[in-house]
Design a protein around this ligand. Structure first.
Ligand code: MTE
Length: 321
């Protein structure tokens, strides 16, 4: 999460790394038809058909969403090689380089705490329960860069409703897997207290923009982007979008969040994108869209105010973020 200068950023990204959007779109069509063809071949050959929960062509066939932005998308290569996932290392290239042996399956996710119907589910059974949507969202990191990524997932609200929150539930607490075998930084006890934790207010978690992503660019999430399941809260700084989640707990009291606990002056518990407040000791007024050579103005709530501003009527936006 540390201060990468925009100038360095731009120098690091050479045009040859950028995938043409048409190439990506054609690839999606190919993946979709390949998925269909594979299912057909399985039937012909008498091979066991994929169960509905394991059918990966669902990622390529996800329904479009009215909440998606039409802005130019970040190249797949950049979204999957310029990452923050400190469990695999601090440098932007380390998650891609060090996550090859990570095993996102088998994987169990629990929904517990203030719920009437706690869930413990295999991740594919969980994903299989919901209809998948493509959500093309802006992601704004507190370091001053942004991307536009076509994620595939389902609204977190559907998952929470399935667990039947009690009247005491006020917050939602998310935890990343803790594993010394799987994560180098857990082994060496480096950088942060592990596991990574994040939290939302229940009304934030139930907002229509809040998504659990299981895929991106028409396929499964890569390990470095948070396989098998990560959170997306596009109006908040990127560190709220916790990766590789194993536990979701509904609570009565406000839960701990890793960056907020590490440095509460720099990283607010809410951390809504706000160009007028500079939590970290550098300006949040502008950002560099990865792949571009200019600074853009950062928008309040990362441009998602029409969906979320009502959640913060009681917060003084000149001070809180
Ligand atoms: N989740 C975990 N478990 N560990 C992390 O280090 N980094 C966060 C967030 N989720 C992080 C995490 C930060 S700082 C950002 S900006 C986003 O993931 C980056 O997501 P991306 O690599 O998919 O672009």
């Amino acid at each position: 999460m540390k201060r990468t200068l925009a100038s360095r950023l731009n120098a690091e990204i050479v045009p040859s790394e950028i995938t043409d959007r048409d190439v990506y779109l054609n690839r999606r069509q190919f993946l979709a038809s390949a998925g269909g063809a594979a299912a057909g071949a399985a039937l012909l050959l008498g091979a066991p058909a994929l169960s509905w929960s394991q059918d990966r062509s669902r990622f390529a066939n996800a329904a479009p969403s009215p909440y998606s932005t039409g802005e130019e998308q970040t190249a797949f290569e950049q979204a999957t090689t310029y990452n923050n996932f400190w469990e695999f290392g601090k440098q932007k290239w380390e998650p891609a380089q060090n996550s090859g042996d990570f095993e996102p399956r088998p994987w169990t996710v629990t929904v517990s705490g203030e719920v009437g119907a706690p869930l413990t589910l295999d991740v594919d059974d969980l994903i299989g329960r919901f209809s998948l949507e493509e959500r093309i969202y802006r992601l704004r990191c507190v370091e001053g860069w942004s991307m536009v990524i076509p994620w595939v997932g389902f609204p977190l609200s559907e998952m929470i409703k399935a667990a039947e929150p009690t009247s005491k539930a006020k917050f939602v607490h998310f935890v990343t897997l803790y594993s010394k075998e799987q994560f180098p930084a857990h082994r060496s006890n480096a950088y942060l207290p592990w596991p990574y934790e994040e939290a939302l207010r229940l009304d934030e978690a139930m907002n229509e923009l809040t998504v659990m992503a299981a895929g991106m660019y028409g396929q499964e999430l890569t390990n470095q982007n948070g396989a098998p399941l990560r959170l997306l809260v596009p109006w908040k700084y990127g560190f709220k979008s916790i990766k590789s989640i194993v536990s979701i707990e509904l609570t009565e009291d406000q839960p701990k969040a890793t960056w907020n606990a590490a440095n509460p002056r720099w990283y607010g518990w809410y951390s809504n994108v706000n160009p007028r407040v500079n939590p970290v000791p550098y300006s949040q007024a502008t950002e560099t869209r990865i792949g571009e050579n200019r600074r853009r103005r950062t928008e309040l709530f990362n441009g998602y105010g029409e969906y979320v501003a009502h959640l913060y009527e009681d917060l003084d936006l000149r001070r809180n973020y």
